[in-house]
Structures are given as C-alpha cells and as structure tokens.
Design a protein around this ligand. Structure first.
Ligand SMILES: [Zn+2]
Length: 71
C-alpha cells in the first residue's frame, strides 16, 4: 500500500485509542515513515466517501481594494 500524500510505501502498525469507551481499544492502521501520514479503516472510509468541493459552496474571492479601502 502507498501513502496518499507522498506515494511512499507505508507500514502496518497497531494503534491504541485510549479515549475509546472502556479505554485501550486497539486497531490496525498504516503509517508512512516518510511524511508521517496515518491511515486507518475509518480514515480510508471517509476519504472514499468524501465529495469534491463544489463551486457553488466555494468562498467568493473578494474583489480588489479601492484606494479608500472599499471593494
Ligand atoms: Zn507519506
């Protein structure tokens, strides 16, 4: 498996979530030794289901400032 950020090979690691109910829930994930990106099943599921930003929801670029500070 390759890193989504830098395309280097990732390593499998066991991660522990100490904040989970009951504490100490462990799960397998992937860590990139080059850039440090971490991927787990939840992150991968969210990345697959993420939708691309649409132009209609994009923040409008402000126009140039006039000499008196107005746009
Ligand atoms: Zn990486």
């Amino acid at each position: 498996m390759k890193c989504a950020r830098c395309a280097s090979l990732v390593v499998t690691e066991v991660f522990v979530d100490y904040h989970a109910d009951g504490g100490g829930m462990s799960f397998l994930g992937y860590r990139c030794p080059i850039c440090g990106d971490i991927m787990d099943p939840t992150i991968l599921r969210h990345r697959d289901g993420a939708c691309a930003p649409t132009h209609s929801h994009a923040r409008r670029r402000p126009g140039p400032l006039l000499v008196d500070g107005r746009r």
